[in-house]
Design a protein around this ligand. Structure first.
Ligand SMILES: Nc1ncnc2c1ncn2[C@@H]1O[C@H](COP(=O)(O)OP(=O)(O)OP(=O)(O)O)[C@@H](O)[C@H]1O
Ligand SMILES: [Mg+2]
Length: 477
Protein backbone atom coordinates (compact mmCIF):
# COMPACT_ATOMS: atom_id res chain seq x y z
CA UNK A 1 0.00 0.00 0.00
CA UNK A 2 1.41 3.42 -0.91
CA UNK A 3 1.04 6.01 1.81
CA UNK A 4 2.40 9.50 1.95
CA UNK A 5 5.44 9.97 4.15
CA UNK A 6 3.29 12.09 6.45
CA UNK A 7 0.67 9.35 6.94
CA UNK A 8 3.36 6.70 7.35
CA UNK A 9 5.18 8.63 10.08
CA UNK A 10 2.00 9.53 11.96
CA UNK A 11 0.51 6.04 11.75
CA UNK A 12 3.72 4.32 12.84
CA UNK A 13 4.29 6.68 15.78
CA UNK A 14 0.73 6.18 16.97
CA UNK A 15 0.97 2.42 16.59
CA UNK A 16 4.21 2.47 18.58
CA UNK A 17 2.73 4.63 21.32
CA UNK A 18 -0.39 2.46 21.53
CA UNK A 19 1.69 -0.72 21.79
CA UNK A 20 3.93 0.70 24.52
CA UNK A 21 0.91 2.00 26.43
CA UNK A 22 -0.85 -1.37 26.29
CA UNK A 23 2.29 -3.18 27.47
CA UNK A 24 2.77 -0.74 30.38
CA UNK A 25 -0.92 -0.93 31.34
CA UNK A 26 -0.90 -4.72 31.27
CA UNK A 27 2.24 -4.92 33.40
CA UNK A 28 0.82 -2.39 35.89
CA UNK A 29 -2.47 -4.26 36.14
CA UNK A 30 -0.75 -7.61 36.71
CA UNK A 31 1.56 -6.15 39.38
CA UNK A 32 -1.27 -4.33 41.08
CA UNK A 33 -3.36 -7.51 41.00
CA UNK A 34 -0.54 -9.45 42.71
CA UNK A 35 -0.10 -6.70 45.25
CA UNK A 36 -3.82 -6.64 46.08
CA UNK A 37 -3.97 -10.41 46.40
CA UNK A 38 -0.96 -10.35 48.75
CA UNK A 39 -2.69 -7.71 50.79
CA UNK A 40 -5.96 -9.64 50.88
CA UNK A 41 -4.12 -12.82 51.80
CA UNK A 42 -2.50 -11.13 54.78
CA UNK A 43 -5.96 -9.85 55.80
CA UNK A 44 -7.31 -13.36 55.50
CA UNK A 45 -4.35 -14.50 57.63
CA UNK A 46 -5.32 -12.05 60.37
CA UNK A 47 -8.94 -13.20 60.20
CA UNK A 48 -7.80 -16.80 60.52
CA UNK A 49 -5.72 -15.93 63.58
CA UNK A 50 -8.73 -14.24 65.16
CA UNK A 51 -10.87 -17.28 64.33
CA UNK A 52 -8.44 -19.82 65.79
CA UNK A 53 -8.47 -17.83 68.99
CA UNK A 54 -12.20 -18.56 69.26
CA UNK A 55 -12.81 -21.71 67.36
CA UNK A 56 -15.52 -22.67 69.77
CA UNK A 57 -17.67 -25.68 69.56
CA UNK A 58 -17.10 -28.27 66.93
CA UNK A 59 -19.36 -27.79 63.92
CA UNK A 60 -20.07 -24.18 64.82
CA UNK A 61 -19.12 -21.02 62.98
CA UNK A 62 -19.24 -18.84 66.07
CA UNK A 63 -15.58 -17.95 65.48
CA UNK A 64 -17.00 -15.46 62.96
CA UNK A 65 -18.23 -13.43 65.88
CA UNK A 66 -14.81 -13.01 67.45
CA UNK A 67 -13.90 -9.34 67.85
CA UNK A 68 -12.27 -7.58 64.90
CA UNK A 69 -13.78 -9.75 62.19
CA UNK A 70 -14.84 -7.65 59.20
CA UNK A 71 -18.29 -7.58 57.72
CA UNK A 72 -18.66 -10.12 54.91
CA UNK A 73 -16.09 -12.49 56.41
CA UNK A 74 -16.84 -16.07 55.47
CA UNK A 75 -16.55 -18.95 57.85
CA UNK A 76 -17.13 -22.66 57.42
CA UNK A 77 -16.56 -25.97 59.19
CA UNK A 78 -15.25 -28.88 57.19
CA UNK A 79 -15.25 -32.28 58.76
CA UNK A 80 -13.60 -35.21 57.02
CA UNK A 81 -13.97 -33.64 53.63
CA UNK A 82 -17.62 -32.63 54.21
CA UNK A 83 -18.80 -29.05 54.62
CA UNK A 84 -20.76 -29.02 57.89
CA UNK A 85 -21.73 -25.37 58.10
CA UNK A 86 -21.02 -22.21 56.16
CA UNK A 87 -21.98 -18.62 56.92
CA UNK A 88 -21.00 -14.98 56.44
CA UNK A 89 -20.87 -12.18 58.94
CA UNK A 90 -23.59 -9.60 58.26
CA UNK A 91 -23.42 -5.89 58.90
CA UNK A 92 -25.63 -6.30 61.97
CA UNK A 93 -23.06 -8.58 63.65
CA UNK A 94 -25.03 -11.81 63.10
CA UNK A 95 -24.11 -14.79 60.99
CA UNK A 96 -26.06 -15.79 57.93
CA UNK A 97 -26.00 -19.35 56.67
CA UNK A 98 -24.93 -19.71 53.06
CA UNK A 99 -24.66 -22.61 50.66
CA UNK A 100 -21.10 -23.74 50.26
CA UNK A 101 -19.65 -25.55 47.26
CA UNK A 102 -18.03 -28.94 47.81
CA UNK A 103 -14.73 -27.52 46.53
CA UNK A 104 -14.49 -25.86 49.94
CA UNK A 105 -13.28 -29.17 51.28
CA UNK A 106 -10.07 -28.87 49.31
CA UNK A 107 -9.06 -25.53 50.87
CA UNK A 108 -5.73 -25.76 52.70
CA UNK A 109 -3.50 -23.40 54.63
CA UNK A 110 -2.40 -21.89 51.30
CA UNK A 111 -4.86 -19.11 50.35
CA UNK A 112 -7.00 -19.95 47.28
CA UNK A 113 -9.87 -18.27 45.46
CA UNK A 114 -13.20 -20.06 45.68
CA UNK A 115 -16.43 -18.98 44.04
CA UNK A 116 -19.48 -18.81 46.31
CA UNK A 117 -21.93 -18.39 43.43
CA UNK A 118 -24.06 -15.28 43.93
CA UNK A 119 -21.80 -14.05 46.73
CA UNK A 120 -18.87 -13.81 44.38
CA UNK A 121 -15.26 -14.96 44.78
CA UNK A 122 -13.61 -15.39 48.15
CA UNK A 123 -10.02 -15.79 49.17
CA UNK A 124 -9.98 -18.70 51.66
CA UNK A 125 -7.59 -20.36 54.09
CA UNK A 126 -8.14 -23.43 56.28
CA UNK A 127 -6.59 -23.95 59.70
CA UNK A 128 -6.37 -27.06 61.80
CA UNK A 129 -8.49 -27.13 64.91
CA UNK A 130 -7.94 -29.39 67.88
CA UNK A 131 -11.25 -31.21 67.34
CA UNK A 132 -10.25 -32.40 63.85
CA UNK A 133 -12.65 -30.00 62.23
CA UNK A 134 -11.31 -27.71 59.60
CA UNK A 135 -12.41 -24.11 60.17
CA UNK A 136 -12.23 -22.27 56.84
CA UNK A 137 -12.05 -18.50 56.87
CA UNK A 138 -12.42 -16.26 53.81
CA UNK A 139 -12.70 -12.66 52.70
CA UNK A 140 -14.52 -11.37 49.59
CA UNK A 141 -12.48 -10.49 46.54
CA UNK A 142 -15.08 -8.00 45.20
CA UNK A 143 -13.44 -4.91 46.71
CA UNK A 144 -10.15 -5.77 45.14
CA UNK A 145 -11.81 -6.58 41.82
CA UNK A 146 -13.58 -3.25 41.68
CA UNK A 147 -10.29 -1.51 42.47
CA UNK A 148 -8.63 -3.41 39.62
CA UNK A 149 -11.37 -2.61 37.15
CA UNK A 150 -11.14 1.05 38.15
CA UNK A 151 -7.45 0.90 37.37
CA UNK A 152 -8.12 -0.69 33.97
CA UNK A 153 -10.71 2.01 33.14
CA UNK A 154 -8.29 4.78 34.11
CA UNK A 155 -5.51 3.16 32.12
CA UNK A 156 -7.71 2.82 29.04
CA UNK A 157 -8.86 6.41 29.29
CA UNK A 158 -5.31 7.73 29.72
CA UNK A 159 -4.06 5.59 26.83
CA UNK A 160 -6.84 6.76 24.51
CA UNK A 161 -6.34 10.40 25.44
CA UNK A 162 -2.58 10.00 24.98
CA UNK A 163 -2.99 8.42 21.58
CA UNK A 164 -5.41 11.14 20.47
CA UNK A 165 -3.06 13.86 21.70
CA UNK A 166 -0.15 12.13 20.03
CA UNK A 167 -2.07 11.88 16.74
CA UNK A 168 -2.73 15.61 16.68
CA UNK A 169 0.76 16.61 17.81
CA UNK A 170 2.42 14.12 15.51
CA UNK A 171 0.40 15.25 12.49
CA UNK A 172 1.32 18.87 13.12
CA UNK A 173 5.00 18.10 13.70
CA UNK A 174 5.34 15.77 10.73
CA UNK A 175 3.49 18.16 8.48
CA UNK A 176 5.92 20.85 9.48
CA UNK A 177 8.85 18.55 8.93
CA UNK A 178 7.82 17.44 5.44
CA UNK A 179 6.76 20.88 4.25
CA UNK A 180 10.25 21.65 2.87
CA UNK A 181 10.05 18.43 0.82
CA UNK A 182 6.80 19.70 -0.72
CA UNK A 183 8.51 22.94 -1.65
CA UNK A 184 11.41 21.01 -3.19
CA UNK A 185 8.97 18.97 -5.25
CA UNK A 186 7.19 22.15 -6.36
CA UNK A 187 10.47 23.68 -7.50
CA UNK A 188 11.45 20.51 -9.35
CA UNK A 189 8.00 20.41 -10.99
CA UNK A 190 8.29 24.04 -12.06
CA UNK A 191 11.67 23.36 -13.65
CA UNK A 192 10.37 20.25 -15.38
CA UNK A 193 7.66 22.33 -17.04
CA UNK A 194 10.18 24.70 -18.64
CA UNK A 195 10.70 24.21 -22.37
CA UNK A 196 14.39 23.35 -21.95
CA UNK A 197 14.67 21.81 -25.40
CA UNK A 198 13.91 25.11 -27.11
CA UNK A 199 17.44 26.27 -26.30
CA UNK A 200 16.34 29.79 -25.51
CA UNK A 201 17.70 31.66 -22.54
CA UNK A 202 16.67 29.70 -19.47
CA UNK A 203 16.59 30.97 -15.92
CA UNK A 204 15.80 28.00 -13.79
CA UNK A 205 13.79 28.32 -10.58
CA UNK A 206 15.74 27.70 -7.38
CA UNK A 207 14.86 26.17 -4.04
CA UNK A 208 14.49 28.98 -1.47
CA UNK A 209 17.51 29.50 0.79
CA UNK A 210 15.66 28.23 3.90
CA UNK A 211 15.13 24.88 2.20
CA UNK A 212 18.80 24.55 1.27
CA UNK A 213 20.15 24.48 4.82
CA UNK A 214 22.75 21.67 4.88
CA UNK A 215 22.01 20.93 8.53
CA UNK A 216 18.71 19.27 7.63
CA UNK A 217 18.14 16.29 5.33
CA UNK A 218 15.61 18.13 3.18
CA UNK A 219 18.04 21.04 3.08
CA UNK A 220 20.78 18.78 1.72
CA UNK A 221 18.46 17.65 -1.06
CA UNK A 222 17.50 21.29 -1.68
CA UNK A 223 21.14 22.36 -1.79
CA UNK A 224 22.00 19.55 -4.18
CA UNK A 225 19.02 20.48 -6.36
CA UNK A 226 20.16 24.10 -6.46
CA UNK A 227 23.69 23.10 -7.41
CA UNK A 228 22.35 20.82 -10.12
CA UNK A 229 20.10 23.58 -11.48
CA UNK A 230 23.13 25.86 -11.50
CA UNK A 231 25.09 23.35 -13.55
CA UNK A 232 22.18 22.87 -15.94
CA UNK A 233 21.89 26.62 -16.38
CA UNK A 234 25.61 26.92 -17.06
CA UNK A 235 25.46 24.04 -19.54
CA UNK A 236 22.60 25.71 -21.35
CA UNK A 237 24.40 29.02 -21.41
CA UNK A 238 27.52 27.37 -22.84
CA UNK A 239 25.50 25.54 -25.46
CA UNK A 240 23.60 28.70 -26.36
CA UNK A 241 26.85 30.59 -26.63
CA UNK A 242 28.41 28.04 -28.98
CA UNK A 243 25.23 27.83 -31.04
CA UNK A 244 25.14 31.56 -31.39
CA UNK A 245 28.76 31.59 -32.43
CA UNK A 246 28.17 28.86 -35.00
CA UNK A 247 25.14 30.67 -36.42
CA UNK A 248 27.08 33.88 -36.58
CA UNK A 249 29.89 32.05 -38.33
CA UNK A 250 27.52 30.56 -40.93
CA UNK A 251 25.84 33.89 -41.44
CA UNK A 252 29.20 35.66 -41.82
CA UNK A 253 30.59 32.99 -44.11
CA UNK A 254 27.49 33.04 -46.31
CA UNK A 255 27.59 36.79 -46.41
CA UNK A 256 31.28 36.82 -47.34
CA UNK A 257 30.69 34.24 -50.08
CA UNK A 258 27.98 36.30 -51.75
CA UNK A 259 30.31 38.91 -53.27
CA UNK A 260 32.88 36.56 -54.86
CA UNK A 261 30.04 34.38 -56.13
CA UNK A 262 28.34 37.39 -57.68
CA UNK A 263 31.67 38.22 -59.31
CA UNK A 264 32.05 34.72 -60.72
CA UNK A 265 28.53 34.81 -62.11
CA UNK A 266 29.10 38.28 -63.52
CA UNK A 267 32.40 37.41 -65.17
CA UNK A 268 31.02 34.18 -66.58
CA UNK A 269 28.08 36.05 -68.10
CA UNK A 270 30.39 38.80 -69.37
CA UNK A 271 32.77 36.34 -71.01
CA UNK A 272 29.96 34.38 -72.61
CA UNK A 273 28.41 37.48 -74.09
CA UNK A 274 31.68 39.14 -75.03
CA UNK A 275 31.43 37.91 -78.62
CA UNK A 276 34.98 36.61 -78.51
CA UNK A 277 35.44 33.35 -80.32
CA UNK A 278 35.34 30.40 -77.93
CA UNK A 279 36.01 26.80 -78.67
CA UNK A 280 33.11 24.40 -77.86
CA UNK A 281 34.97 23.15 -74.81
CA UNK A 282 35.48 26.64 -73.43
CA UNK A 283 31.83 27.49 -74.09
CA UNK A 284 30.74 24.36 -72.26
CA UNK A 285 33.08 25.08 -69.37
CA UNK A 286 31.81 28.63 -69.09
CA UNK A 287 28.21 27.38 -69.13
CA UNK A 288 29.02 24.95 -66.31
CA UNK A 289 30.78 27.65 -64.33
CA UNK A 290 27.77 29.89 -64.75
CA UNK A 291 25.21 27.25 -63.68
CA UNK A 292 27.23 25.86 -60.77
CA UNK A 293 27.98 29.37 -59.50
CA UNK A 294 24.26 30.11 -59.73
CA UNK A 295 23.48 27.00 -57.71
CA UNK A 296 26.07 27.92 -55.16
CA UNK A 297 24.67 31.44 -54.91
CA UNK A 298 21.22 29.97 -54.18
CA UNK A 299 22.70 27.65 -51.59
CA UNK A 300 24.54 30.52 -49.91
CA UNK A 301 21.36 32.60 -49.87
CA UNK A 302 19.46 29.67 -48.31
CA UNK A 303 22.13 29.16 -45.66
CA UNK A 304 22.15 32.85 -44.84
CA UNK A 305 18.37 32.90 -44.53
CA UNK A 306 18.35 29.84 -42.27
CA UNK A 307 21.11 31.27 -40.08
CA UNK A 308 19.13 34.48 -39.72
CA UNK A 309 15.91 32.66 -38.92
CA UNK A 310 17.76 30.53 -36.37
CA UNK A 311 19.13 33.65 -34.76
CA UNK A 312 15.54 34.83 -34.36
CA UNK A 313 16.03 37.87 -36.59
CA UNK A 314 12.74 39.79 -36.58
CA UNK A 315 10.68 39.40 -39.73
CA UNK A 316 8.69 42.09 -41.41
CA UNK A 317 5.20 42.15 -40.01
CA UNK A 318 2.78 43.37 -42.63
CA UNK A 319 -0.80 42.44 -43.28
CA UNK A 320 -0.88 40.16 -46.28
CA UNK A 321 -3.50 38.36 -48.33
CA UNK A 322 -2.24 34.86 -49.07
CA UNK A 323 -4.41 34.46 -52.20
CA UNK A 324 -2.52 36.86 -54.54
CA UNK A 325 0.78 35.49 -53.18
CA UNK A 326 -0.32 32.00 -54.21
CA UNK A 327 -1.51 33.21 -57.62
CA UNK A 328 1.84 34.86 -58.34
CA UNK A 329 3.85 31.89 -57.16
CA UNK A 330 1.80 29.48 -59.28
CA UNK A 331 2.15 31.74 -62.28
CA UNK A 332 5.96 31.63 -61.90
CA UNK A 333 5.87 27.86 -61.47
CA UNK A 334 3.71 27.53 -64.56
CA UNK A 335 6.21 29.55 -66.56
CA UNK A 336 9.02 27.32 -65.33
CA UNK A 337 7.16 24.04 -65.98
CA UNK A 338 4.55 24.52 -68.69
CA UNK A 339 4.08 20.76 -69.12
CA UNK A 340 2.63 20.35 -65.62
CA UNK A 341 -1.04 21.10 -65.00
CA UNK A 342 -1.45 23.95 -62.49
CA UNK A 343 -4.73 24.52 -60.63
CA UNK A 344 -5.67 27.15 -58.05
CA UNK A 345 -8.53 27.23 -55.58
CA UNK A 346 -9.09 30.39 -53.55
CA UNK A 347 -11.62 31.46 -50.91
CA UNK A 348 -14.04 34.34 -51.54
CA UNK A 349 -12.78 36.27 -48.57
CA UNK A 350 -9.23 37.59 -48.31
CA UNK A 351 -6.97 35.16 -46.44
CA UNK A 352 -5.22 37.67 -44.25
CA UNK A 353 -2.13 36.92 -42.24
CA UNK A 354 0.56 39.06 -40.70
CA UNK A 355 4.04 38.39 -41.94
CA UNK A 356 6.96 38.91 -44.24
CA UNK A 357 5.82 38.87 -47.89
CA UNK A 358 9.21 37.94 -49.38
CA UNK A 359 9.66 35.02 -46.99
CA UNK A 360 6.13 33.73 -47.52
CA UNK A 361 6.63 34.03 -51.27
CA UNK A 362 9.78 31.99 -50.89
CA UNK A 363 7.87 29.33 -48.94
CA UNK A 364 5.30 29.02 -51.73
CA UNK A 365 8.05 29.02 -54.37
CA UNK A 366 9.90 26.21 -52.57
CA UNK A 367 6.76 24.08 -52.22
CA UNK A 368 5.76 24.63 -55.85
CA UNK A 369 9.34 24.06 -57.02
CA UNK A 370 9.29 20.68 -55.27
CA UNK A 371 5.97 19.81 -56.89
CA UNK A 372 7.56 20.70 -60.21
CA UNK A 373 11.07 19.24 -59.89
CA UNK A 374 10.28 16.02 -58.04
CA UNK A 375 7.40 14.97 -60.35
CA UNK A 376 7.30 14.06 -64.04
CA UNK A 377 5.74 16.35 -66.69
CA UNK A 378 1.96 16.00 -66.90
CA UNK A 379 1.58 15.96 -63.14
CA UNK A 380 -1.31 18.02 -61.80
CA UNK A 381 -0.40 20.43 -59.02
CA UNK A 382 -3.19 22.08 -57.04
CA UNK A 383 -2.64 25.08 -54.79
CA UNK A 384 -5.54 25.67 -52.40
CA UNK A 385 -6.08 28.50 -49.93
CA UNK A 386 -8.51 27.68 -47.13
CA UNK A 387 -9.92 29.98 -44.48
CA UNK A 388 -10.50 28.47 -41.07
CA UNK A 389 -11.80 30.02 -37.88
CA UNK A 390 -8.35 30.93 -36.57
CA UNK A 391 -5.94 30.09 -39.36
CA UNK A 392 -5.22 30.26 -43.05
CA UNK A 393 -4.25 26.98 -44.69
CA UNK A 394 -2.36 26.76 -47.92
CA UNK A 395 -2.21 23.31 -49.46
CA UNK A 396 0.09 22.35 -52.29
CA UNK A 397 -0.95 18.95 -53.62
CA UNK A 398 0.39 16.95 -56.51
CA UNK A 399 -0.42 13.56 -58.00
CA UNK A 400 3.24 12.70 -58.68
CA UNK A 401 5.13 9.65 -57.41
CA UNK A 402 5.22 10.93 -53.82
CA UNK A 403 7.87 10.81 -51.12
CA UNK A 404 9.10 7.38 -50.01
CA UNK A 405 7.78 6.49 -46.55
CA UNK A 406 11.28 6.15 -45.10
CA UNK A 407 12.18 9.67 -46.21
CA UNK A 408 8.91 11.29 -45.12
CA UNK A 409 9.82 11.98 -41.47
CA UNK A 410 13.06 13.70 -42.51
CA UNK A 411 11.99 15.88 -45.45
CA UNK A 412 11.97 19.05 -43.33
CA UNK A 413 15.51 18.36 -42.13
CA UNK A 414 18.47 20.29 -43.47
CA UNK A 415 20.17 18.83 -46.53
CA UNK A 416 17.52 16.12 -46.51
CA UNK A 417 16.96 14.76 -49.96
CA UNK A 418 14.62 12.00 -50.92
CA UNK A 419 15.68 9.75 -53.72
CA UNK A 420 19.31 10.70 -54.46
CA UNK A 421 19.41 10.22 -58.21
CA UNK A 422 16.27 12.21 -58.91
CA UNK A 423 17.27 15.02 -56.60
CA UNK A 424 20.72 15.44 -58.04
CA UNK A 425 19.16 15.61 -61.45
CA UNK A 426 16.83 18.28 -60.16
CA UNK A 427 19.81 20.07 -58.69
CA UNK A 428 18.38 20.56 -55.22
CA UNK A 429 20.49 21.02 -52.13
CA UNK A 430 17.88 19.79 -49.65
CA UNK A 431 17.36 23.10 -47.86
CA UNK A 432 14.05 24.03 -49.51
CA UNK A 433 11.70 22.40 -47.02
CA UNK A 434 13.95 23.32 -44.06
CA UNK A 435 13.40 26.94 -45.04
CA UNK A 436 9.65 26.38 -45.43
CA UNK A 437 9.50 24.92 -41.93
CA UNK A 438 11.66 27.64 -40.36
CA UNK A 439 9.70 30.47 -42.00
CA UNK A 440 6.38 28.90 -40.98
CA UNK A 441 7.61 28.60 -37.39
CA UNK A 442 8.85 32.21 -37.41
CA UNK A 443 5.31 33.23 -38.37
CA UNK A 444 3.79 31.21 -35.52
CA UNK A 445 2.55 28.60 -37.97
CA UNK A 446 3.68 25.18 -39.13
CA UNK A 447 3.95 22.95 -42.13
CA UNK A 448 2.95 19.31 -42.47
CA UNK A 449 3.13 16.71 -45.14
CA UNK A 450 1.25 13.56 -46.10
CA UNK A 451 2.34 11.51 -49.04
CA UNK A 452 1.31 8.36 -50.83
CA UNK A 453 2.08 7.65 -54.49
CA UNK A 454 -0.28 9.81 -56.51
CA UNK A 455 -1.17 12.13 -53.64
CA UNK A 456 1.36 14.33 -51.90
CA UNK A 457 0.03 17.23 -49.87
CA UNK A 458 2.07 19.91 -48.10
CA UNK A 459 -0.06 21.97 -45.72
CA UNK A 460 1.14 25.33 -44.49
CA UNK A 461 -0.98 26.82 -41.73
CA UNK A 462 -0.54 30.36 -40.48
CA UNK A 463 -2.44 32.23 -37.78
CA UNK A 464 -5.28 34.27 -39.21
CA UNK A 465 -5.04 38.01 -38.81
CA UNK A 466 -8.02 38.18 -36.48
CA UNK A 467 -9.22 41.75 -36.88
CA UNK A 468 -8.89 43.58 -40.14
CA UNK A 469 -9.32 47.36 -40.04
CA UNK A 470 -12.02 48.27 -42.60
CA UNK A 471 -10.83 49.68 -45.89
CA UNK A 472 -7.36 48.14 -45.72
CA UNK A 473 -8.24 45.17 -47.84
CA UNK A 474 -11.37 46.46 -49.51
CA UNK A 475 -13.34 43.43 -48.37
CA UNK A 476 -17.04 44.01 -47.56
CA UNK A 477 -16.97 43.36 -43.81
N1 LIG B 1 6.13 17.16 -54.09
C1 LIG B 1 7.10 16.24 -53.90
N2 LIG B 1 7.06 15.06 -54.51
C2 LIG B 1 8.03 14.13 -54.31
N3 LIG B 1 9.08 14.30 -53.50
C3 LIG B 1 9.20 15.47 -52.88
C4 LIG B 1 8.22 16.50 -53.00
N4 LIG B 1 8.60 17.56 -52.24
C5 LIG B 1 9.75 17.20 -51.64
N5 LIG B 1 10.12 15.97 -51.99
C6 LIG B 1 11.30 15.23 -51.53
O1 LIG B 1 11.77 15.88 -50.35
C7 LIG B 1 13.15 16.18 -50.46
C8 LIG B 1 13.48 17.44 -49.72
O2 LIG B 1 12.91 18.56 -50.34
P1 LIG B 1 13.64 19.95 -50.27
O3 LIG B 1 12.81 20.95 -50.99
O4 LIG B 1 13.95 20.22 -48.85
O5 LIG B 1 15.00 19.70 -51.00
P2 LIG B 1 15.28 19.66 -52.55
O6 LIG B 1 14.06 20.01 -53.31
O7 LIG B 1 15.92 18.37 -52.83
O8 LIG B 1 16.38 20.78 -52.68
P3 LIG B 1 16.16 22.40 -52.69
O9 LIG B 1 14.71 22.62 -52.47
O10 LIG B 1 17.00 22.88 -51.58
O11 LIG B 1 16.60 22.85 -53.99
C9 LIG B 1 13.39 16.27 -51.94
O12 LIG B 1 14.72 15.94 -52.25
C10 LIG B 1 12.41 15.26 -52.52
O13 LIG B 1 12.99 13.99 -52.55
MG1 LIG C 1 12.99 21.76 -52.95
Amino acid sequence: MTMSLETKLVVSSIALLATVSVVIATATTLLFNDFLIDQLDSQVGSAVRRSTGAVGQSGEVAFLLSPGQAEGTFGARVHQGMVRRAAVLTGAGTVREVAAPPSLARVTSMPVTVSLGPLGDYRMVAAWARDGDLPVTGLPVTGMQSMLSRLVVVEAAVTLAGVALMAVACTLLVRRAVRPLGRLAATAARVSELPLASGDAVLLARVPEVDADPRTEAGQVGGALNRMLGHVETAFAVRRESETRLRQFIADASHELRTPLASIVGYADLTRRSGERQGPQTAHALGRIRSEAGRMATLVEDLLLLARLDAGRPLERLELDMSPLVVNAVRDAHAAAPRHRWLISLPDEPALVVGDGDRLHQVLTNLLANARTHTPPGTTVTATVLLESDRVRVEVADDGPGIPAHALPHVFGRFARGDGSRSRLAGGSGLGLAIVSAVAAAHGGRVEVTSVPGDTVFTLSLPLRDQVPPGETGSPR
